[in-house]
Design a protein around this ligand. Sequence first.
Ligand code: HEM
Ligand SMILES: *[C@@H]1O[C@H](CO)[C@@H](O)[C@H](O)[C@H]1NC(C)=O
Ligand SMILES: *[C@@H]1O[C@H](CO)[C@@H](O)[C@H](O)[C@H]1NC(C)=O
Length: 529
Amino acid sequence: MFLLWALPLALYLFYRWSIATYDYFEKRNVPYVKPVPFFGQVLSFFTQGRHAVDVASEGYRMFRNTRISGVFTLRTPAYLVHDPTLYKQMATKDFDHFTDHVTDFRIETDPILARSLFFTNGAHWRQHRSGLSPAFTGSKMRSMFGLLSKSAGDAMGRLLVFAAGKPFTMELRDLYSRLGNDVMTSISFGVEVDSLTDRDNEFFLKGKRLAQIDGLPGLKFLMATTIPRVFHFFRLSGMYKDVNEFYTDAVARNIQLRETNRINRPDFIHLLLQARKNTLGAEKHEDEALQDAGFSTVKEHTLEQKMGEGKMNWADIDIAGAAASFFFGGIETTTTLLCFTSYELAVNPDIQERLRAEIDEQRESLADGRTPTYEVLQKMKYLDMVVSEALRRWTPLGLTNRKCTKNYTFTNTDGSQVTIERGQNISIPLKYFHLDEKFYPDPLRFDPERFADPNNINQDAYVPFGAGLRNCIGSRLALMQAKCILFYMLSNFIIKPDTKLTIPIVIDETSAGLNAKHGFWMNLVPRSA
Ligand code: HEM
Ligand SMILES: *[C@@H]1O[C@H](CO)[C@@H](O)[C@H](O)[C@H]1NC(C)=O
Ligand SMILES: *[C@@H]1O[C@H](CO)[C@@H](O)[C@H](O)[C@H]1NC(C)=O
């Protein structure tokens, strides 16, 4: 008898509790996606099989005439920015209201990720970022470029040997993530590996394992913002203990090796060791000429030192954390860029031919006719147009976020005042800005000509590397690396769609990042064939 009414009552109370927050945006006069009781908007992630970025950005196309909208994950309200100019303002002029990324890591359970720049906040982030910025300037990128180009060139040589002059079929995501692994292992950890031959080397396996479940800025951060419960479930156990130890050891051993043998290698470990000794500086003069890695390059802002904030003390573990964050921040995203660029080149042979002509022309000016230099890549206009358009059409990181750190009031389109309260999470749908016909007519068409004259591009609405003081620190490196690998690929091969390639490409909705469901199967035809 008791159960007969207790159960419905309990269910009713649970229901009331689960919807108690759902008037949040109503009260604030902000349009919002109607939540499903208890689930908020998360349910469509499971039932409709849509990509997490699209689920989180759902409101963008629903409400066309607002600068911001609301969304619920379970019971928790969060904002979605619709106006790229508002995002730009939040990220630059009004930065002190939004100094943080949404983060959920603790040093005790995630010693490496919690120390990575993307997930660090507050004073710690300021120290980190200003300490690391000098490692990413133009002149540093150029010295690193030598290592990068050598690593990619060696791999290309092995690929040519493998081809033996005949066309062959290859899945490009696998190829590019191996190349990316080798390049980043070389410049982040100071170790040379060859993942094309030594297919199961530890750096590749550990990196892959962490990237699959933990990738930065991939899944972990997406899950943290869209489905926090699932996220907590996954990190219940210290399942990455070995991975954490692996990177910490690799870096500690490497530092020791250098200090005992006085090795000097122009990579991140070297720069971070300089930071530790306070000898990492900027070469202002040189930097300016080398700063520009293409239209997509983001500006590095200067952070003022706050009163009472000391300089960063770089312990070995901080160096490991920084190196690991470059590793994870860089490989997935750059691989994605290369895969989709190659896809577009394969299905648009005229664009591929035009790009190859530009590459061949530049090769004539190279000493060995083969190895691109930083300066040569900087000069290549069409290559830059192709890469810029690929970053727009296939934005590798489709969503970023900010946490409101100080109440923020702005005027909405209808003239009403909106106040975002301190502590609220805010999603920024970079992908949706890039696919909005308001900014890019016929947005699904791949057309490098959009970037022929940069003045035609709305700069606020072109943000593949984010915006403001928390933009991507690695944009130069990513662009130079992608351009270098494309240079080698098109110098040596004609990329053709394989019969196993699906056209148009089908996106894997379950993937955290941006990926093709059936792979990037291409037929690589050696040019000498
Ligand atoms: C095509 C490749 C890449 C893309 C599309 C990309 C994109 C992004 C985006 C959108 C953000 C967030 C910006 C924001 O919230 O406003 C970000 C942050 C970041 N990226 Fe990248 N990235 C790429 C490659 C790299 C590389 C190669 C590295 C390192 C070597 C890197 C390191 C980072 C770090 C450390 C952050 C966090 C910065 C901070 O919070 O201060 N990324 N990236
Ligand atoms: C913001 O997102 C984080 C990570 O998912 C979550 O733990 C936190 O509760 C959210 N904060 C608010 C105020 O919604
Ligand atoms: C922020 O806004 C909330 C709600 O409007 C208010 O209760 C709180 O006092 C404000 N905080 C500050 C520091 O102004």
